[in-house]
Design a protein around this ligand. Structure first.
Ligand SMILES: NC(=O)c1ccc[n+]([C@@H]2O[C@H](COP(=O)([O-])OP(=O)(O)OC[C@H]3O[C@@H](n4cnc5c(N)ncnc54)[C@H](O)[C@@H]3O)[C@@H](O)[C@H]2O)c1
Length: 154
């Protein structure tokens, strides 16, 4: 059996659609999500049920990737070689109300994913950033070469 692709945030908006496309093209997909309550968790559970219904090679783990031990324990039991990292705490306004959620998921959790990739046979890691990193940049469209030292949110 080919190695799996880990999709973090598989119950989220983008992660669900990515996982779905991968399952439909016959990939072995391991979804990770903590199903947080940033918006209605039932929507996330419904998305996971849809992924299960596809009948493909899909496995899900309710894991918080900001918990390094939990992530490493899960990964040790998996045969994977690619990671698509779409789990995150999104939203600009909420980052002012609850900055700790961003530090946990987007800083601590992101580092945990990078470390996982570094210490395993991961061939490829993709993640979604945010246009917020470009701050009030008036130059459209944004480019990965643009300055990112004045982000609009944490
Ligand atoms: N939706 C957009 O229009 C858009 C645009 C640009 C960038 N992005 C970026 O794409 C990424 C995904 O966005 P989305 O719209 O799918 O968000 P989403 O909130 O729908 O999905 C994110 C998922 O990650 C999970 N998650 C959060 N912290 C976690 C943790 N510590 N451990 C495990 N799971 C965790 C959440 O439960 C959620 O299901 C984010 O980084 C976001 O900033 C989104």
């Amino acid at each position: 059996m080919p190695s799996a692709i880990i999709v973090t945030g598989a119950a989220g908006f983008i992660g669900y659609h990515v996982a779905r496309r991968l399952i439909e093209r016959g990939e072995h997909v391991v979804g990770i999500d903590c199903i947080n309550a940033y918006y209605d968790p039932q929507l996330k559970l419904d998305r996971l049920a849809e992924l299960e219904r596809l009948g493909g090679d899909f496995r899900f783990s309710r894991t918080d990737f900001a918990d390094a031990d939990a992530l490493e324990g899960l990964a040790a039991a998996l045969d994977f070689d690619r990671i698509i990292h779409l789990g995150a705490q999104p939203g600009v306004r909420y980052s002012l109300e609850n900055p700790r959620a961003y530090v946990q998921s987007n800083l601590v959790g992101h580092l945990n994913i990078l470390e996982l990739a570094r210490h395993t046979q991961t061939r490829h890691l993709v993640y979604a950033s945010s246009s917020s990193v470009y701050g009030q940049n008036g130059k459209i469209p944004f480019s990965t070469g643009d300055r990112v030292d004045h982000p609009v949110s944490l």
